[in-house]
Design a protein around this ligand. Structure first.
Ligand code: COA
Length: 322
């Protein structure tokens, strides 16, 4: 649960982007594919629809391109690309390699798999590269979960969808936005949610729910303590979008009102590594945070993994270097 040490080279987010495949699968569509109902799914999860189709490389290229364009940086100046995904297009090579080529980058590129916590893991890893001298890092979270979801299984088929979100971070002189971070993994609980290679997602829903609430609250508490901030100091929470009841219960534990959370799951379902950057992008587009205000990222997922970060928002890259 480290605070970012004094004197470490920091970074700010200077651009962001999103991508969702065109095809929408509504709860009503699912009624003809499995024994379920629109009403049950809305009540028990908060999800109304999800997007399906596309490829991890294609969606990543779209969100990544938007983030680069918004930042105004030259793609040739990007030092690294990290793609958080549980659903690479192929086993080998990393899908990040394909995205690198499609975006015209000439930097190191790797995939990172920490399931639904992946984008927050990637953001923290990217800050590590910045501390080691990188100037610009593209951090993408993308999943195409329709490829590993059984849409006849009502236990899992109602939850998941496809999407992508990206942010470009750039080094600054002096401290950057990231104040603290927490990365967790409870390997002993991996059987609660997994997919074999070539298989589909298998899940003990109640067990995942129970652990998720605890993991999110614990991870966020550690990150806030390391940053030296309290729940009331947080302006915006960007949680992993799995189930509105999980978000609500974990925020209850943290003493943070649900209204402070950015919620997109009603329109996207659970998009795994894409869910946090999708929710971040929407909140930033809606100007929900002002200069100097605090954002709490909190993710959890298979593993079971969890990841949190506290960020002090600064709206532009005026101080960014290189
Ligand atoms: N449609 C209609 N009925 C359903 C249903 C569905 N899709 N799924 C379950 N039911 C029924 C059950 O059979 C049960 O009926 P019964 O009371 O007659 O036995 C009832 O609804 C309640 O089932 P339960 O399993 O207790 O539902 P739940 O409230 O725990 O919700 C999940 C199920 C999967 C939505 C919930 O457990 C969950 O969100 N878990 C976490 C999953 C998650 O976040 N995974 C990703 C992590 S990154």
């Amino acid at each position: 649960m480290p605070a970012v040490p004094n004197g470490v080279r920091g970074a700010v987010i200077t651009g962001w982007g999103t991508a969702l495949p065109e095809k929408v699968l509504t709860n009503v569509d699912l009624e003809s594919m499995m024994e379920t109902s629109d009403e049950w799914i809305r009540d028990r999860t908060g999800i109304v629809q999800r997007h399906v189709g596309g490829t991890t490389a294609g969606l990543s290229t779209e969100s990544g391109r938007q983030a680069i364009e918004m930042s105004g940086c030259d793609p040739a100046d990007i030092d690294a690309l990290i793609l958080a995904t549980t659903t690479p297009d192929r086993c080998v090579p990393a899908t990040a390699s394909t995205v690198q080529e499609l975006l015209g980058l000439s930097c190191g590129a790797n995939d990172l798999n920490a399931a639904c916590s992946g984008w927050v893991y990637a953001l923290v890893n990217a800050h590590g590269l910045i501390a080691m001298g990188a100037n610009k890092v593209l951090v993408i979270g993308t999943d195409t979960l329709d490829r590993i979801t059984d849409y006849t299984d009502r236990n899992t088929g109602i939850l998941f969808g496809n999407g992508s979100g990206a942010a470009l971070i750039e080094a600054v002189d002096g401290p950057g936005q990231l104040l603290s971070w927490d990365l967790d993994s409870v390997g002993a609980a991996e059987s609660a949610l997994f997919a074999e290679i070539g298989g589909v997602l298998e899940m003990e829903g109640k067990e995942v729910f129970r652990r998720a609430v605890r993991l999110m609250a614990d991870s966020a508490t550690k990150a806030m303590a390391a940053a030296g901030v309290d729940a009331e100091d947080i302006t915006l929470v960007v949680p992993h979008q799995a189930n509105i009841r999980i978000i609500s219960a974990s925020l209850d534990r943290l003493g943070i009102p649900l209204e402070k959370a950015s919620i997109v799951l009603d329109r996207t379902g659970n998009t795994s590594a894409a869910s946090v950057p999708l929710a971040l992008a929407e909140a930033l587009d809606e100007n929900r945070v002002a200069d100097g205000e605090l954002i709490l990222f909190v993710g959890f997922g298979a593993g079971m993994s969890a990841a949190s970060a506290v960020v002090r928002w600064s709206p532009d890259a005026a101080e960014s270097i290189a």
